[in-house]
Write a protein that binds this ligand. Structure first.
Ligand SMILES: Cc1ncc(COP(=O)(O)O)c(C=O)c1O
Length: 428
């Protein structure tokens, strides 16, 4: 059943490969983080050396089929040739900028593309380097645009771990050691419009939500929820920030998940898949009205590396490739197929699988207990398939492959998963 061994280690003997693994583990122990090193030892780690399409290869020559996509980064698979070519061509010309007073064409091209592919009146973009920066910028902009300070977020939300974003992230275990976080950030149950209505007051600057919660456990809100939130924001003058860092760029079967509900935010945060899995990049895109403070003072929010031509060239090629290949449609069709099969698996193993849910190729399997999620992740990895649990909900295993995954590869994963369920049953 396991994927074939392939030659990825050049002339290295297996002894040399083991030696390199040990040396790297030793550096993790001494210089990276001893806690990480201990975890790596426990799971019998290896070294990643090569990637291609949906595959990651380790130094021992094992091939892994990636069903987690770096938490939503590899929508195009690894090292898509068009993105790699765009980066190679750009690096020969100019990689980073120096003077902001001289114009940067790849960044202007990217901002144009973002304005065209995002819904509603989203027009102006600030380009940054990661998801948490995109959220930080969105929160700052909302405060500056409204002159108000309260932010409402959802329980179990994941918006990143820098101090501002962490204030909106909804998992206590990540928040407690860093308190006090930024003040006046309130959390309400996700999907509950009445709770949101009750939380809004005259000092509310923004409501920030993921259209579908990713790390919270792939939580799809009730039908009509996002539209009701938009209406509430319109009636109260509160800005709506949608965090599409994980759901964006085709992942859920539309270019952006909010399009399932025909809802457009005032500010949208994106990152992850935007760089095509080749470059790190994030952005927040706002309506002209919300963006006003940054027009009045263009230096109010800045970033040395944000908008660098290299990352923007990758993002431009990524967006073009997603559109050319119609990846949102592919994600929708393949996601329906996957969810149907997983629903059947849940019916076959009701005492192991509590729920399966998702949209497009953002799918979660909720296990009855956390231990079963852990043993399934381990079993799949032993058979050459990479999956992982959700950061805010360890009972939920993400099935989040690159959108270029084939039906044969989905079937292969399902076969392995079925075997893991049989194994789990014998443990019960
Ligand atoms: C919805 C969402 N927002 C923000 C982030 C933070 O992104 P980053 O890890 O690039 O800072 C994540 C990361 O998983 C995410 O899923």
């Amino acid at each position: 059943m396991r994927e074939e061994l392939v030659n990825t280690n050049g002339d290295l003997s297996s002894v040399d490969a083991e030696k390199l693994i040990d040396e790297t583990l030793d550096k993790y122990e001494k210089y990276v983080n001893p806690g990480f090193a201990q975890m790596m030892r426990l799971i019998g780690t290896t070294l990643e050396v090569k990637t291609e399409g949906p595959y990651m290869y380790d130094i021992k020559g094992h091939r892994y089929l990636d069903f987690l996509s770096g938490h939503g980064v590899y929508n195009l698979g690894y090292c898509h040739p068009k993105v790699v070519r765009a980066v190679e061509e750009q690096i020969k010309k100019i990689a980073q900028t120096s003077a902001r007073t001289i114009m940067n064409k790849p960044m202007a091209d990217l901002c144009e593309r973002l304005a065209k592919i995002t819904p509603g009146d989203l027009t102006y973009s600030f380009i940054c380097n990661s998801g948490t920066e995109a959220v930080e910028g969105s929160l700052k902009l909302a405060r500056a645009a409204t002159g108000k300070t309260q932010i409402i977020a959802a329980d179990n939300a994941f918006h990143g771990k820098s101090l501002g974003s962490l204030s909106a992230t909804g998992r206590p275990v990540y928040r407690e050691p860093f308190k006090p976080l930024i003040p006046e950030v309130d959390h309400v149950p996700f999907g509950d419009i009445d709770a949101l209505k009750a939380a809004v007051n005259e000092n509310t600057a923004a409501i920030i939500l993921e259209p579908i919660q990713g790390e919270g456990g792939v939580n799809v809100p009730p039908e009509g929820y996002l539209r009701a939130v938009r209406k509430l924001c319109d009636e109260t003058g509160v800005l709506l920030i949608l965090d599409e860092v994980q759901t964006g760029f085709g992942r859920t079967g539309k270019m952006f998940a909010c399009e399932h509900d025909d809802v457009a935010p005032d500010i949208m945060a994106v990152a992850k898949a935007l760089g095509g899995g080749v470059m790190p990049i994030g952005a927040f895109i706002a309506t002209p009205k919300a963006f006003e403070p940054f027009v009045t003072d263009p230096l109010l929010h800045t970033s040395t590396f944000g908008g660098n031509p290299l990352a923007c060239a990758a993002a431009n090629a990524t967006i073009d490739t997603i559109i050319e290949a119609d990846l949102p449609r592919q994600a929708s069709e393949k996601g329906d197929y996957l969810l149907t099969k997983l629903t059947k698996l849940k019916e076959d193993y009701p005492d192991i699988i509590a729920d399966v849910r998702g949209k497009g190729l953002l799918v979660g399997i909720e296990f009855a207990v956390e231990g079963l999620a852990g043993s399934t992740i381990y079993e799949l990895e032993q058979q050459g398939i990479l999956v992982l649990h959700m950061l805010n909900n360890p009972k939920v295993v993400r099935i989040e492959p690159p959108l270029i995954i084939t039906y044969e590869q989905i079937d292969f994963m399902l076969e392995v998963l079925k075997k893991a369920m049989k194994q789990n049953k014998s443990l019960l």
